[in-house]
Design a protein around this ligand. Structure first.
Ligand SMILES: O=P(O)(O)OC[C@H]1O[C@](O)(CO)[C@@H](O)[C@@H]1O
Length: 447
């Protein structure tokens, strides 16, 4: 159960001493995290979360999910960044990227909005909801982020038109700060049920709080299994013997590769259910590591799909890449390739083979080809792609990311760089308090 780290894709790129040499540094970082005396120490609530989560709130989340399932055909989840990526990843990881279209499903369709500024997208979601009953889960730790705030205005109004103000209030669930922020004030004033993003857990580390758990529960995901997976990962990631701690080894290996000029990590999967997990991973590592002109640039690829697009570059382009492959040998729903009498497509050599067998050869063949092309591969093997492994994998990456940030000497729990675009956008929008400098920005744009 859990994740197995495989290093055969590193042969020829790293020596055993490389890993051994990193061990004391990683151990020192792990010690700082455990003692809480490193950078960003006020944001370490995620470390013990799988065993110390608020059980009363957990019950309330499940009760709210039951109510949503009973009175809504659609749940609109409003949030951006860490306030939506984890829930979306969970939905696809545990159910399917085709979750909303599944025949005979008794849980609500789930649409994610407030994660862009496209009016076309919002209008399309409104059309998709149509006359159906719906509820809204608005999620924002700060309670002030522009994208979800605009989307919430739209969907709040729709709910109020359809159900009246008190009826709408019974269909709005707000996940936000315990005390402060515009969303908390609004929720208190209007009487929405609220859930908490704990003070000591940052947005991108919040998927195992109400932020991710309410949408997961509404979709029928077994929250107990998610938290069991996360707690098993917590125990495995705390293992003091470096040779048995796969999370610490992963953090060490990616840092060794960075030191060899491999400054881009591609998180690869061979299963469409993992595509959104790649999106969640990108925010986790990019906001945590990408600062002070340091860090490994995180990106993701979906194979074999992307072998037919960016595969060329990975094989043969600039040699500053490494891959971390999330591989699951099992297919939850197998499919056997049948013989065909005419065999015009020449595929009868595969007759009787499972599609997963072909997938496994694509994985093995690609691993070797990319190694031959100069791209080292770390493999993280999952036994299954289910609720338990979602919790496990989330925690494993959260810990690896925190360790990696400390290895770079960074605070992995802030994101000061995200403010620059916001400041410019607010200035250009003439938001009160941001008027200064508008003319200068407009002049630069007109050049
Ligand atoms: O939950 P909030 O406060 O709306 O923030 C959403 C996202 O925006 C960011 O703060 C970046 O602007 C992310 O770190 C965060 O996950």
């Amino acid at each position: 159960m859990g994740i197995q780290l495989k290093q055969n894709g590193l042969a020829g790129f790293l020596e055993p001493e490389d890993l051994a040499g990193m061990a004391p540094l990683v151990e020192a970082c792990a010690g700082q995290l455990a003692r809480g005396d490193g950078l960003g120490a006020d944001a370490l609530g995620w470390i013990e979360l799988p065993r110390r989560y608020d059980k009363a709130e957990f019950e309330r989340i499940q009760a709210a999910a039951k109510k949503i399932q009973a009175d809504s055909e659609v749940l609109v989840v409003i949030g951006i960044g860490g306030s939506y990526l984890g829930a979306r990843a969970a939905l696809e990881f545990v159910h399917s990227p085709l979750y909303n279209s599944r025949a005979g499903k008794s849980t609500p369709d789930i649409y994610f909005v407030g994660n862009n500024l496209s009016s076309t997208y919002i209008n399309e979601v409104i059309e998709l909801i149509g006359e159906r009953d719906f509820s809204v889960n608005v999620i924002s730790k700060s309670g002030t982020t522009t994208e979800p705030a605009i989307a919430f205005r739209v969907f709040k109004k729709l709910l109020e038109q359809k159900y009246g103000k008190p009826g709408a209030a019974r269909r709005i669930y707000a996940t936000t700060d315990r005390e402060k922020g515009a969303l908390k004030s609004l929720a208190d004033a209007e009487g929405y049920e609220t859930f908490v993003v704990p003070d000591d857990i940052g947005g991108r580390y919040s998927v195992l709080t109400a932020v991710g758990l309410l949408p997961m529960a509404a979709s029928g995901i077994d929250l107990g299994a998610v938290m069991r997976g996360a707690d098993d990962a917590r125990a495995a990631c705390a293992e003091s013997d470096f040779s048995k701690n796969q999370c610490r080894q992963y953090a060490a290996l990616r840092h060794c590769l960075f030191n060899r000029g491999k400054v881009i990590e591609i998180l690869v999967n061979y299963e469409p259910r993992l595509t959104q997990f790649g999106e969640w991973y990108k925010q986790l590592f990019a906001e945590s590591e990408g600062k002070n002109k340091k860090g490994i640039f995180p990106t993701s690829a979906n194979f074999s799909t992307d072998l037919h697009s960016i595969g060329q570059f990975i094989q043969d382009g600039s040699r500053n890449l490494f891959e971390t492959v999330l591989w699951c040998p099992k297919a939850e729903r197998p499919l056997v390739i049948e013989a065909d009498e005419a065999n015009i497509d020449g595929l009868n050599f595969l007759a009787g083979r499972s599609m997963q067998f072909v997938n496994s050869k694509a994985y093995a063949g690609t691993l070797l080809a990319h190694m031959d092309g100069g791209v080292p591969n770390i493999v993280l093997e999952l036994d299954d792609i289910d609720a338990y492994h979602f919790g496990y994998t989330v925690y494993f990456f959260e810990m690896a990311c925190a360790l990696s940030g400390y290895l770079f000497g960074l605070n992995p729990f802030n994101q000061p760089g995200v403010e620059s675009y916001k400041t410019n956008m607010f200035t250009l929008l003439h938001k009160p308090g941001y008027e200064q400098g508008a003319a200068q920005l407009e002049q630069r744009l007109s050049q």
